[in-house]
Design a protein around this ligand. Sequence first.
Ligand SMILES: *[C@@H]1O[C@H](CO)[C@@H](O)[C@H](O)[C@H]1NC(C)=O
Ligand SMILES: *[C@@H]1O[C@H](CO)[C@@H](O)[C@H](O)[C@H]1NC(C)=O
Ligand SMILES: *[C@@H]1O[C@H](CO)[C@@H](O)[C@H](O)[C@H]1NC(C)=O
Ligand SMILES: *[C@@H]1O[C@H](CO)[C@@H](O)[C@H](O)[C@H]1NC(C)=O
Ligand SMILES: *[C@@H]1O[C@H](CO)[C@@H](O)[C@H](O)[C@H]1NC(C)=O
Ligand SMILES: *[C@@H]1O[C@H](CO)[C@@H](O)[C@H](O)[C@H]1NC(C)=O
Ligand SMILES: *[C@@H]1O[C@H](CO)[C@@H](O)[C@H](O)[C@H]1NC(C)=O
Ligand SMILES: *[C@@H]1O[C@H](CO)[C@@H](O)[C@H](O)[C@H]1NC(C)=O
Ligand SMILES: *[C@@H]1O[C@H](CO)[C@@H](O)[C@H](O)[C@H]1NC(C)=O
Ligand SMILES: *[C@@H]1O[C@H](CO)[C@@H](O)[C@H](O)[C@H]1NC(C)=O
Ligand SMILES: *[C@@H]1O[C@H](CO)[C@@H](O)[C@H](O)[C@H]1NC(C)=O
Ligand SMILES: *[C@@H]1O[C@H](CO)[C@@H](O)[C@H](O)[C@H]1NC(C)=O
Length: 546
Amino acid sequence: MGFRHNSRSMLQLFLLISSCFSLGFSVDTLRFNQSIRDSDFLVSNGQNLKFGFFSPGNNTHRYVGVMYNNISAMTVVWTANRDSPLNDSNGTVQISSDGNLVILDGQMGVVWSSNLSSSVTNSSVRLLDTGNLVLQNSDGRIVWQSFQHASDSFMPNMRIMTDLSTNERNMLTSWRSPNDPSLGSFTALIEPLQIPQLFIRNGSDPYWRSGPWNGQIFIGVPGMEVNLYQNGFDLVNDNPETAYLTFSYVNISVLTYFALNSSGNFQQKLLSHRNGDWEVTWSSIQNECDVYGKCGSFGSCNARDNPICTCLPGFEPKNIDEWNAANWSNGCTRRTPLQSERNDSFGEIDGFLELNRVKLPDNTRWSLTLEADCGSQCLNTSSCIAYAFYTGIGCMLWNESLIDVQKFSSGGADLYIRLAYSELHKKRNWTSIIATTVVLGFITISVCTLFCLKWYRADRFTRGHSIRDGETIISERERFALGFFSPQGSSVRYVGIWYYKVANEPVVWVANRETPVLDNGGALTIGNDGNLIVLNGDNNIIWSSK
Ligand SMILES: *[C@@H]1O[C@H](CO)[C@@H](O)[C@H](O)[C@H]1NC(C)=O
Ligand SMILES: *[C@@H]1O[C@H](CO)[C@@H](O)[C@H](O)[C@H]1NC(C)=O
Ligand SMILES: *[C@@H]1O[C@H](CO)[C@@H](O)[C@H](O)[C@H]1NC(C)=O
Ligand SMILES: *[C@@H]1O[C@H](CO)[C@@H](O)[C@H](O)[C@H]1NC(C)=O
Ligand SMILES: *[C@@H]1O[C@H](CO)[C@@H](O)[C@H](O)[C@H]1NC(C)=O
Ligand SMILES: *[C@@H]1O[C@H](CO)[C@@H](O)[C@H](O)[C@H]1NC(C)=O
Ligand SMILES: *[C@@H]1O[C@H](CO)[C@@H](O)[C@H](O)[C@H]1NC(C)=O
Ligand SMILES: *[C@@H]1O[C@H](CO)[C@@H](O)[C@H](O)[C@H]1NC(C)=O
Ligand SMILES: *[C@@H]1O[C@H](CO)[C@@H](O)[C@H](O)[C@H]1NC(C)=O
Ligand SMILES: *[C@@H]1O[C@H](CO)[C@@H](O)[C@H](O)[C@H]1NC(C)=O
Ligand SMILES: *[C@@H]1O[C@H](CO)[C@@H](O)[C@H](O)[C@H]1NC(C)=O
Ligand SMILES: *[C@@H]1O[C@H](CO)[C@@H](O)[C@H](O)[C@H]1NC(C)=O
């Protein structure tokens, strides 16, 4: 056994540690009475990683850490003495008499310690091939491990963890600069709460977030499902206060890890066999829209638009001059007050507008509510301003502001934002937005819809509400649509229900089968007698549910 080293103090080392030492081949374990000198290394069993002293770039200080072995570019994945570097190469790494792993300076002063409060007898330190440096007691039980005291790198099988009940956290903290391992301003951590997300902060300011975890992926990270299988991510939260994130790359012969760089970018790197260097295969910040809250509250960011920020439909810039000068931080404000804000309990009921393929806003509240009831749950809570339902997560509600909304070209989720009735009926041609009127929006429309409509009618449908030709109501699960249609080759209009988003939109039910509307002036509404009625352009009843 011996250390892999080329130290000039090798002789000293030989004298100090009598027996077990030989040159030229490496060990992965440091025992009591042994020490690692500057330029010695522990090397993991599979030779992937090594543990010892290093100086990054032009930095002349000496640090101790774990780095990839046998790779031309020095790649440090864990650093012990980030904020207490050594000034010379007289330092050593040892196991202290109480069993702690310690870094000593040339005067045998402790500059860093694993800081275990209770002493461990006959402990040893081993570098595993995963990159985890573990301190074991004489029974081989792990009493301390570098994977639970992360630096800036997230290695396969490591856990980024937050436990709010004990206030324990294992998070990533960036380096201060590419040549300075001391604690930088960026952190990456799991925020458990009700729906866990991965959060990057700059100091205390949010800088990036993953969006909610749906059991398989973070739905705010476009394209994550593509690498789902390869990366093998797992987020475990057994109770609302604890969660951890881990991954295990499926092809173990591929070297890969994630790192939070000193400018706050979280990146996945893969060792390229072509040139033996790291390739960045994913970055958290791919465009300006990925920066948290780029467009302020009630703003929406689209990287393919110019300018990138717009207000959500129904909202307008809080400060138009700032907004036009591309200073979007102040965000937008609601144009028409909601019914509750107007103190108008008998007036027209608010509705929801559907936004497709968005990064859902931050600060969501989870509600134990079925999909069919999620919208009415929101509508019945005057403080609720938006909702979304996502398989694997459930019903999400928003209360205060809608921040960090981004429009994706694929992926994302559908968000329903609450707007005043008049806003919804002001403008009908928002692209890819379907105005859903309140009353019918939540009902899972099926062939038996008629009864449901009658049932909901009494407390929801106020006089004057109607669905005009061109407007559609989409059922909660988007399986059915209700509205006006013309059969192929015909120009007359019928009211009916059809499969939504299904080829040829097959019609499953028709109201006015015998009495089509002859033009586009028809409407579906509730008559004075409480029946569902179809009116023609002259406001004559041509069909009734009576
Ligand atoms: C460590 O070295 C001291 C003296 O050199 C010796 O007394 C002690 O038994 C050694 N301990 C172990 C665990 O080898
Ligand atoms: C190291 O290089 C960086 C730029 O590459 C420079 O900003 C820094 O001052 C240098 N540090 C030292 C100690 O020379
Ligand atoms: C180290 O790299 C050399 C050349 O790049 C290669 O021949 C050798 O097999 C590598 N050793 C290990 C343990 O990966
Ligand atoms: C390194 O030098 C600085 C200033 O020269 C000193 O403050 C610091 O204590 C030294 N660190 C060690 C570990 O000797
Ligand atoms: C190691 O320490 C000795 C004094 O203890 C000092 O003379 C020497 O310069 C130091 N070595 C280095 C490389 O700094
Ligand atoms: C160890 O504990 C001391 C005193 O509580 C503290 O100053 C130091 O930062 C701790 N070191 C580590 C590596 O946690
Ligand atoms: C410490 O560990 C070594 C090697 O595993 C063993 O030979 C020795 O007996 C142990 N000493 C004590 C005090 O447990
Ligand atoms: C991080 O915060 C600091 C201090 O508030 C600020 O100067 C810096 O610009 C921020 N960095 C980024 C990338 O936002
Ligand atoms: C795993 O990765 C290695 C190196 O890139 C490659 O040669 C091998 O085909 C991969 N194996 C699988 C099963 O994908
Ligand atoms: C961090 O990563 C981003 C994206 O790859 C890159 O543009 C930036 O230069 C990196 N920052 C540092 C300090 O290396
Ligand atoms: C944007 O506007 C805010 C005030 O709302 C101001 O504090 C900030 O300096 C402005 N930013 C820029 C880049 O002008
Ligand atoms: C609505 O009522 C609340 C409390 O009764 C009052 O504070 C608020 O100003 C009213 N809003 C409007 C628009 O009248």
